[in-house]
Design a binder for this molecule. Sequence first.
Ligand code: NI
Length: 230
Amino acid sequence: MLTRIPKVLNAEQLQYMRERLAGAREAWVDGRATAGHQGAQVKHNLQIAEGSEVGAELGQGVLAALERQPLFISAALPHRIYPPMFNRYEGQAGMHFGNHVDGSVRLIPGSGEQIRTDLSATLFISSPEDYDGGELIVQDAYGEQRVKLPAGDMVLYPATSLHRVTPVTRGARVASFFWIQSMVRDDGQRALLFDLDMSVVRLTQDAPGHDALVSLTGCYHNLLRMWADV
Ligand code: NI
């Protein structure tokens, strides 16, 4: 399941992040710093160094914005979130990231804790008008999904998916990216819970007070209880 979460960041937050990231020249490093063996061979981009002050500050900003997103909570059912990172693909150098699958288990820097990457997230910071190329291409059961979203929007996709970022040929593509360990590991179970939750939300608006809402909400929680791993 690919899920688009619109308007995670507003115009003011985007402007602030763009300025901070553009000004932090010393914090940008070769993206291969955190890639595994296979990823390093196809990864060609820049990212903010792990442990840098600017990365930590802006990452906190992303996490705070996510807490106010019921759609994110419902779609991801997050148990743990990897501290958000930031990357940049420059058009002049034709930066890109070839086909790969994200590492399955990651150490959260500085914590000694591990996270299982059930979901991958990309939050677009650049406007799509400001660069050419730079599409995120995710292979799922229905073929290739091409993703290039307005600034401030985010996509969630199963971390099990083969994916790539096509070469940027003009401008620069800046994004935040991170992983989520979900309470519900299985993508199909998570998608079913998301559908059920969204249906309950719609019914609550269209038929408020209907008796069936109580039992449907009960079904949701009892399925979540059956599948959740916390
Ligand atoms: Ni990836």
